[in-house]
Design a protein around this ligand. Sequence first.
Ligand code: GLC
Length: 453
Amino acid sequence: MKFALILALLLPTLSFSQQTAWFADAKLGIFIHWGMYAADGTSESWAFHNKTVPYAQYMSQMNRFTAENYNPAAWAQLIKESGAKYCVITTKHHDGLSLYNTQLKTPQAPKQKNWNPKYPLSTTYQTPAKRDLITPLFAELEKAGLKKGAYYSLLDWTSNDYPGFYKDSSRYQIKDEPQRWASFLAFMHGQIAEINTQLQPDLFWFDGDWEHSETEWQAAKIDSIIHHTNPNAILNGRLKSYGDYDTPEQNMPVLHPDRNTWELCLTTNDNWGYRPQDHHFKSHFELLSIFTECLGMGGNLLLDIGPKADGSIPSEQIAILKEFGRWTQKHSAAIYGTIAGLPYGHYHGNSTLSKDSTVLNLFVPSPQGVNPDKLNLMIPIYIKGLKSLPKSITLLGSTTQIESHEVGKISWSSVPGTLFLEIPISAMDPMISVVQIQFKEPIQLYRGKGGFH
Ligand code: GLC
């Protein structure tokens, strides 16, 4: 059976249009959670919703959200250097504070005095930052050749027209006050239209859809507001049935997500936003391993950073992005524009294929904690069921020869043997190496149950 046919059986069919194909090829994006929560280092929005911080105290963080050291050009450069091809930033999180210039006013609950209700609830009017923080970043991203993504929370726990507030209480039920819900929808749809025209995102990253149904959100209307003027915009899969791709969060899928195109969003420590007490960072090796898992299943990684209230990026996250940059640059041929690698059973690890299936990239994790110069050891790997003959086998970023031999091939049977390879540790990347195998023709695989046919 032709490999392409096997792939087609194993994976849902490609449905992404030409205009949005950039997303499937991009592989790495950087997520930015920036908001008032960075000031005191509370959890983003959830801190008041879950009653860990009183609402008034949470909202007072706006007074300390200065953005005084914010350098959008430096952010865009760092993101580009990481090897990411797109960036998604919070234009508004569940707490209702817009980081872009909204003209729409958020209704404040009677008796509450958490912001000046004469003006929109935005960084321009309600924080010492006093400006739209998104437009300059989008301009820099565009200059750097990166795609621009707008995260937007459909739910808004601060608006007095929105039903939800605390985890255990609501302001009202939609069925009892349909007019109030209609005002909220007008406000929320209006903000989406503003973002669409002011910022012209390449991608909308919705969140918070779980609190209402597709009909209640009027998801079809949201889709048409966006696509009417911005036909190529991609929508993530958090607008109920609308959306172009799946967004598993934090946990690596074991089975392929439902939609063919997907993106894992992942924190570098345990929080989306900046929290100084959270030192629980994933190691560079762990993060790159998770990235190769995404690549191997044909998905993207959206790796999150949480800048501080002054606009500086925590040093651990800068180091992570730089390490991603080192690694992605060295191994770019195995990353961008590739498709999912070998189906389960052929190789005990992650792999990618070129779109024409003539190049196979095997990711080989390096032993950690050894000094490679002092060791003359080999890492053995093998591939089963490879019918095509390799034309060349190289280690990306190295000139070292990779020895290979086929084991168990029976001369009169069409069933292939097992290809064993040995990778010298001294030539390996300190994190994860890529063994690249080129074939004369699209790779052919044996998918049988063993024996002679
Ligand atoms: C969750 C959280 C939110 C976070 C998002 C990122 O939906 O509600 O705080 O922004 O995940 O994926």
